[in-house]
Ligand binder design. Structure first.
Ligand code: ADP
Ligand code: MG
Length: 569
């Protein structure tokens, strides 16, 4: 028997990386800009702890297209690499310099925001380029290095005369991938993946209009100036402290996230936790109405300000995928399947945390300003009702603030509702019957019949209400929901009538004379037959003409009935 070890060489790995590492070729740019960002953040950190003494200035990252030479350039002013470091970090595939850096500066660098950690990102360049060059000069006092590789495992490494600190990556774009030499394409990618990265990214220049000088004539054109076109906002709202932000800042950021959304969000929730996992973000409640199918403008997932995906399925609970906003967490494993994600301990904790934050926010809104909460209800109910259906933890909390509107625009919590209907809305099994309508116009006749009988009628019109009702019927004791136009509503109402008409005619008469003994018969009438159209067993009414007389006396009017001989009211 022979034993041996399989030799994994770069030769074997290269084609694999090209084909399978990333299904999406376009992410090469995200990876290279992440490396440039890391290099800049590392330098910042080393300067801060006194290990590097350089003029740091305001470093930027530049992306340039050279159409003539068919190259794409990514240039940074970060730490750079010595020739030795190129050997170590670049030539050893799957060795992450980012991870090594974090390991070495464990305590001080954990908040430095370093992005990389797989040690594979750089090689994604070969998905779009036939040849890749690195020209790099370390912040350490050493000559610059020039590395070049055409995608085979052979590379060249020599000295270079680059004098400024930092790294330039040059991609010789493959003929099949030539779209990555187009301004519009690169701009689109930068906006998609790098819009909120922490180091300013320059792509070309733009013309800025300056204010006219004092002595300018009316017809003189305003002066202009070419300035760097910076594509990103390095300090997005979610990276700031909630205390430093006002309502208008949140709204502004919403527009930045969704430039095509003209409607303002209803409110937002700022997420900010660093233990036992790291997560920041802002979630917005849009005006949802009945719409459950919001395909675009979804929640965006970032890692250290790098866009990862806008498919957060498996990371935030499903009912919250209807919201908008961003979440940023370095603790969500990427490049893994969704089913794996759902089983991941951190992801579970994150999902639970988000659910709790949303429930707490809604609860606070309900308590602090009930009126405002009622006004928003119809726009947010889908999320809440869906959440109550799908997450028991959320149900427990939402049960206290979920509202049940009536056809008359009263909004009751479940507890309030039961208090209202308990006494007179029971069926033969003594269950409390909750009547509801789903359409005020279509069920108009039934609604008014039920109201005549003194019943409260809810207006439940969201698309998932039938499921919610089922859930409530199984969770709450002794209640049942009945649609106002269902057959058995009539039965139910008849039942009530039968109960009342249990009185024999003789008993009815006695009740009437008993009542008339205690109220003056000339002013009021006792009506037993009122029970037919009303849930009350009898009605004491005042003759219409007497009611009008009283009104006239109060307003001091004389009038059509004459005043003289009316009894005093
Ligand atoms: P990771 O970023 O996960 O560490 P990469 O394959 O993306 O892995 O990069 C490998 C290493 O190469 C980095 O960790 C870093 O040490 C080095 N590197 C890549 N790009 C640059 C750059 N622009 N400036 C300095 N070092 C770089
Ligand atoms: Mg990287």
């Amino acid at each position: 028997m022979a034993t041996g070890s399989i030799n994994v060489s770069v030769e074997n790995i290269f084609p694999l990386i090209k084909k399978f590492l990333y299904s999406d070729h376009e992410i090469f740019l995200r990876e290279l800009i992440s490396n440039a960002t890391d290099a800049t953040l590392k330098l910042k950190h080393l300067t801060a702890i006194g290990e590097a003494s350089v003029t740091y200035g305001d470093p930027i990252i530049e992306v340039k297209i050279d159409k003539e030479n068919k190259t794409l350039h990514i240039i940074d002013q970060g730490v750079g690499m010595t020739a030795e470091e190129v050997e170590k970090y670049i030539n050893e595939v799957a060795f992450s310099g980012a991870e090594e850096f974090l390991e070495k500066y464990k305590d001080s660098a954990k908040d430095a925001g370093i992005i990389g950690h797989f040690g594979l990102g750089f090689y994604s360049a070969f998905m779009v380029a036939d040849k890749v060059e690195i020209i790099t000069k370390s912040y350490k006092d050493e000559p610059a290095a020039h590395w070049s590789c055409d995608g085979s495992p052979k590379y060249t490494l020599e000295q270079h005369d680059k004098s400024e600190r930092g790294t330039e990556i040059i991609l010789h774009i493959n003929e099949e991938e030539k779209e990555f030499l187009e301004d519009a394409k690169i701009n689109e990618l930068l906006v998609k993946y790098n819009k909120f990265m922490p180091i300013p990214i320059k792509f070309g220049t733009k013309t800025e209009t300056l204010p006219k000088p004092e002595d300018a004539k009316e017809e003189d054109p305003a002066p202009t100036k070419e300035v760097d076109h910076i594509i990103n906002n390095p300090n997005p709202a979610w990276t700031k402290q909630p205390a430093d932000l006002e309502d208008k800042d949140y709204k502004e950021f919403y527009r930045e996230l969704y430039p095509m959304q003209f409607e303002e969000p209803l409110f937002n929730i700022h997420l900010n936790v660093d233990y036992p996992f790291n997560l920041t973000g802002i979630l917005y409640f849009p005006r949802l109405g009945q719409d459950m199918n919001l395909q675009k403008d979804r929640i965006q997932l970032y890692q250290n300000q790098v866009f990862v995906t806008d498919n957060v399925e498996g990371i935030v609970p499903e009912f919250l995928t209807m919201l908008r906003g961003v979440i940023d967490s370095p603790d969500i494993p990427l490049n893994v399947s969704r089913s794996y994600l759902q089983a991941d301990g951190n992801v579970k904790k994150i999902s639970r945390y988000i659910t709790k934050k949303v429930a707490d926010k809604l609860s606070a809104m309900f308590k602090n300003n009930r009126e405002d909460f009622e006004q928003k209800w119809n726009d947010i109910k889908i999320v809440i009702e869906y959440g109550m259906l799908s997450e028991d933890k959320f149900f427990e909390k939402a049960d206290k603030f979920a509202l049940y509107p009536t056809v008359d625009n009263n909004y009751y919590t479940f507890e309030e509702l039961i208090g209202k209907v308990k006494a007179n809305q029971t069926d033969k099994d003594n269950k409390t019957v909750i009547l509801y309508a789903s359409n005020k116009d279509e069920q108009h006749a039934y609604i008014s019949a039920a109201k005549d009988k003194g019943y409260e009628v809810l207006l439940l019109d969201s698309p998932i209400v039938s499921h919610l009702i089922q859930k409530l019927e199984t969770t709450k004791e002794n209640i049942t929901f009945t649609r106002v136009d269902a057959d058995h509503v009539d039965n139910l109402i008849k039942k009530d009538e039968e109960k009342i008409s249990k009185l024999s005619d003789e008993e009815k008469e006695k009740l009437k004379t008993d009542l008339e003994k205690v109220i003056p018969a000339e002013k009021y009438t006792v009506q037993l037959e009122a029970m037919d159209s009303n849930a009350a067993p009898f009605m004491i009414t005042q003759p219409e003409f007497m009611r009008r007389m009283k009104e006239m006396q109060q307003t001091g009017g004389g009038g059509m009935f004459g005043m003289g001989n009316m009894p005093e009211m």
